[in-house]
Design a binder for this molecule. Structure first.
Ligand code: NDX
Length: 255
């Protein structure tokens, strides 16, 4: 396989367009899974959360891993390329093989699962293809301020995301499906602490890779889970009269 810069540009632009479509669809009405589903616990047309999240996220790990394995001759240099590709796979290893097995979430709608999988194939291909076949970094990229600051942001965001997902999980006993007020960690400041972490993580990745595909994905993440954080916030304010009034939706002290 060769690098086709036109393909990278076209796929990144389409990802940006999907982000805008996502924003226009879900700004007013939240995507219908989890606490925003209208009819709850209807088993038909749904898959248990563990199975659904595993299947949905698997292509994001598998596609770049396959591209890496298929690359001939193997690309081992420069170190920056390898590290960046590993960061992406590391996140999706967690999201595919760890997160689903601990989730206590509600069954997930099959229709959204289908679109989610398509999205993960698309994005896994774009990010993997770019990093493995196209990206060119100088040998000292690991010492570049963009790489180091982006990596720090990525790690910080990932830490916030994993910790916040853990706090959410601990709100329920096994088998429970009720919603409670999240407490602790960054939830002290925002309703969408896990989303804030994920957004910081992917903007960190974009800065570290300094690439169009990664910026397009960070923008998509913002347009996808940013509105969802806002809808979560409204849901909490409507449902719990004692919900902390100083808590913001997504960005501490600001929004
Ligand atoms: N999966 C990313 N678009 C998505 C699934 C939906 O990873 O057609 C995007 C992802 C997909 C989406 C994906 C892509 C776009 C799609 C969309 C559906 C439609 C849309 C395909 C791929 C589409 C167009 C038009 C462009 C084609 O019962 P429950 O499940 O609510 O329980 C929850 C629990 N919980 C609580 N428990 C007790 N008390 C409370 N108060 C609770 N609040 C929540 O915690 C869950 O078990 C758990 C987490 O819930 P929630 O709602 O906070 O997070 P969730 O949205 O489920 O995300 C889980 C994690 C989180 O860390 C988040 O950052 C990450 O996944 N994520 C999620 C979505 C997208 C994404 C990351 C990204 O874009 N990077």
């Amino acid at each position: 396989m060769q690098c086709l810069p036109g393909l990278v540009l076209a796929l990144s632009s389409l990802l940006g367009a999907l982000a805008l479509l996502q924003l226009s669809l879900y700004l007013r009405v939240p995507s219908r899974y989890g606490k925003h589903e209208e009819r709850l616990c209807r088993p038909r047309g749904r898959l248990p959360a563990r199975c659904a999240w595993f299947l949905q996220e698997l292509p994001s790990f598998l596609v770049p891993a396959l591209l890496l394995a298929l690359r001939s001759p193997p690309r081992l240099e420069p170190l920056g390329c390898r590290l960046l590709c590993c960061l992406f796979c590391w996140h999706y290893f967690y999201r595919t093989f760890i997160y689903p097995f601990f989730t206590r979430g509600r069954p997930f709608p099959l229709q959204l699962l289908f679109f989610g999988m398509l999205f993960c194939i698309y994005n896994g291909f774009l990010q993997g293809y770019y990093l493995i076949y196209c990206a060119e970094y100088p040998n000292d990229w690991c010492a570049d301020i963009r790489f180091t600051s982006g990596l720090l942001l990525f790690l910080l965001g990932m830490g916030i995301n994993i910790h916040s997902d853990l706090l959410l999980r601990q709100l329920r006993k096994p088998g429970e499906v009720t919603y409670k007020i999240p407490q602790g960690g960054l939830f002290t400041y925002v309703s969408g602490a896990n989303y804030f972490g994920e957004i910081v993580e992917w903007f960190g990745f974009a800065i570290a890779t300094w690439s169009l595909p990664a910026f397009a994905f960070a923008f998509f993440t913002l347009c996808c889970i940013g509105p969802r954080a806002y809808h979560h916030h409204r849901y909490y304010l409507k449902t719990f009269t004692d919900y902390p009034k100083s808590r913001k939706a997504l960005i501490p002290f600001i929004f």
